[in-house]
Design a protein around this ligand. Sequence first.
Ligand code: ADP
Length: 475
Amino acid sequence: MRVLFAGTELFPHVKVGGLADVMAALPKALRALGADVRLLLPGYPALKRVTAPLEPVMALGNLMGGGEARILRGRCPAGLPLYLLDQPAFFHTDEPYAASGELPLRFGALAWAVAHLGRNGDGQGWRPDLVHAHDWPTGLAPAYLALGGEPRPRTVLTIHNLAYQGLFPADLLEPLALPLDAFQPDGVEFYGRIGFLKAGLVYADGLTTVSPTYAREILGPAGLGLEGVLRQRNGRLRGILNGVDETVWNPATDPHLPRLYGPDHPEARSAGKAELQRELGLQEAPGAFLVAIVSRFAAEKGLDLVLEAQPWFAAHQVQLAVLGQGEPELEARFLAAARLHPGQVAVHLGYDEGLSHRMYGGADALLVPSRQEPCGLTQMYALRYGALPIVRATGGLADTVVDATTEAMAAERATGFTFLEPQTAALQGALTRALALFRDHPAAWAGLQRRGMAQDASWRPAAQAYLAFYEQLLG
Ligand code: ADP
């Protein structure tokens, strides 16, 4: 089976969030099962640099007014076969979503290139049976393919996050080479605008999202206006939980950790904790409960709840370590909290891959209070690294963390702590339960750590589920 994977991020070269991790790991897992998966991404400078040699396979002319475009073929350092859309006027930085007026045309060009390669092949004998698009930037690819008629490859669109829908003015219809009669509610139109994600939801043969719970949630209010379309297409929608790339995320081999450890010896993490406290300027107290956050600062991540819970952290002398960046107001409020509580609250603004690993490896707990979380990868990394997740039970967080209730503890199933209401009191309730277990029942705490670390979180089951879905769509 030949599959063309199309998206806008690829770990470790171009990464904004979890999409990058998925784009790197899932094709690898699918290839391990025998599928011939190749990637198509924008020709970002960072990707062109690492993907040598690159061979031009096809010229596409002036795409969407962004100048001469062509498709190059190469292989990324991890070994995956890769096509790049080389169009320097559109893809001249490594920031996929940098705001600019040309954004819709840039991703229109990408989607068009995906559809073109999908339908015609690469001119060198490779043509996909199926095109797998990811999120709104490639949402128009299934539309171009369906509107262009048969014969064409089957199409799948994966929703990594419905909060980003790619909505643009209707007057871009013609520049985007979309037919006028597609501008209607069962086409690309969404409340008077062109919806890139909406288009994908309507025209793709199959839809997936990244956890079973999120697949159910988006049929209701979490659908953010798209729940009607999603309900119509529910028969073609699957929720498939993301996995963890165990070659990157393994505390027994991780080059970013000061000391390596495995599931049998979670106590060996203490060196990493001390190191982390030093690195971040936290008080070097081995007994202090250290809670970490690694997150984009976006409204849906629920970080305002953590800011409101600051008095709780101070009153219980619980340490808080935050790594993230995003909304300026959240950045300013976290910095203020760190200034107010030196040694107890540490905030590192920015993107730092190595520090993120050290936080999963050194913190006692990882806090993920998301209002919405399609899958969430940080809690899965935390589980593998022995930092117990404290999460709001939504989307993939609900599917991956088993709350330490009395019953779950007795049945030896608990892996972390969950709370339901997106409210500070509920968050503090979960934190209080976690703190009590940490301080008063260290052996039970270590038991939870060992269970989380030993779980199989590989991509294999997800890859098998995607393959089964592809096969179903290909009839
Ligand atoms: P989302 O995709 O919504 O951002 P996920 O939990 O699915 O959330 O994925 C987030 C990914 O980005 C994880 O790999 C996490 O470690 C990483 N990450 C987020 N913020 C940072 C940061 N500031 N520095 C380093 N890694 C980060």
